[in-house]
Design a protein around this ligand. Structure first.
Ligand SMILES: Nc1ncnc2c1ncn2[C@@H]1O[C@H](COP(=O)(O)OP(=O)(O)O)[C@@H](O)[C@H]1O
Ligand SMILES: CC(=O)N[C@@H](CCC(=O)OP(=O)(O)O)C(=O)O
Length: 306
């Protein structure tokens, strides 16, 4: 939703939120698909620059799933996914290191620097930020199925501990940490970890006010093919009801799990927002109507401030 066409009314509406969120921590997760297109990446970095200039402490977590798919295809490495989650073979992990801590990471850092943001790149291995253990085979219900099957996701790390000190130091210094989706094992292993899960863990560990997932769709949709079916507000119970109805599939499943984890971990609200529509992130934060889906733990949102 656009701000009021009256510039002074718009300024007043936005300034209320600027005051409210000054000094607060926001975790912003950007999907690989969203930042693949240079113009969209630039527009997104400019929105992040504005948050930073309003003294909001921003932590960016990026994905790179789509880019990893493309690199695996180019290198003839088979890509396998179950219920929206990748199976990581040793060959896939090697490609993931190149893509997540390399190309996607550097391109995002460069664009943030260009937008005037003092961005600092990290992976979960830096200063012990994310410690993980390899996921054992787990029962999963594949999309479209009703019965679970036992799936070995390979070199995927489930997060055991988060040590957010390195992030707190950077945030206190005015920097914007940018985290790639790789984690470290106690034994020196490197694991592939879902970026949505990382974003939720970091938001919880930092006591973040808000967690954003920037998507290629406008938010949570009742019908994934209809942008007009956007759900503006939801509680965790409502999310569970959508899941039970089969409304949530593919890559939205790990996202909804991450939203739940963050809200149960004390994050005040999680937002599913377009990363491609112009200024959708700013509209979600600084307007009464917002632009995407705001999820809160339980209390009904009675309109007004997002
Ligand atoms: N109910 C839903 N509402 C919105 N998107 C959905 C829904 N169910 C499935 N999806 C799909 O999930 C995708 C988001 O997941 P994904 O592509 O993995 O994002 P990312 O790469 O940003 O992590 C959407 O682009 C959409 O195709
Ligand atoms: C274990 C796991 O799921 N790892 C993800 C990490 C990247 C990611 O999450 O990227 P997007 O946010 O762009 O989907 C993967 O390999 O795709």
């Amino acid at each position: 939703m656009p701000l009021s066409p009256n510039p002074y009314a718009a300024l007043k509406e936005a300034s209320r939120y600027v005051r409210l969120f000054r000094g607060k921590t926001f975790v912003v997760k950007v999907g690989g698909e969203v930042i693949a297109e240079p113009k969209i990446r630039k527009a997104l970095c400019e929105q992040i620059a504005l948050l930073w200039s309003f003294s909001i402490k921003v932590v960016v977590v990026h994905g790179g799933g789509a880019e990893l798919d493309a690199v695996c295809e180019a290198m003839n490495i088979p890509v396998q996914k179950v219920a929206g989650r990748r199976v990581t073979s040793p060959e896939v992990l090697d490609a993931a290191k190149m893509v997540f801590a390399g190309q996607v990471h550097m391109d995002l850092l460069a664009e943030l620097q260009a937008a005037g943001v003092p961005a600092v790149g990290l992976t979960g291995l830096d200063a012990g930020l994310l410690k993980a253990t390899r996921r054992p085979p787990v029962p999963v219900v594949p999309d479209g199925a009703t019965e679970p099957q036992l799936v070995d996701f390979g070199l995927v790390g489930d997060i055991d501990t988060v040590d957010p000190h390195v992030l707190s130091h950077l945030l206190e210094g005015g920097f914007v940490p940018v985290v790639a989706p790789l984690s470290g094992g106690e034994d020196g292993a490197i694991y592939n970890t879902n970026a949505d899960t990382i974003a939720a863990s970091l938001a919880t560990a930092l006591g973040a006010e808000k967690l954003f997932f920037l998507l290629s769709v406008p938010g949570l949709l009742k019908d994934v093919h209809k942008a007009s079916s956007l759900v503006p507000h939801a509680t965790l119970d409502e999310l569970a009801a959508f899941e039970a109805k089969g409304v949530i599939s593919g890559g939205m499943r790990p996202k909804v799990a991450a939203v739940k984890a963050a809200l149960q971990g004390g994050v005040a609200s999680a937002h599913l927002v377009s990363g491609v529509a112009p200024d959708a992130l700013l509209a979600e934060i600084f307007t009464n109507e917002g632009s995407g889906t705001m999820v809160v733990a339980s209390q009904p949102v009675t309109g007004g401030a997002k």
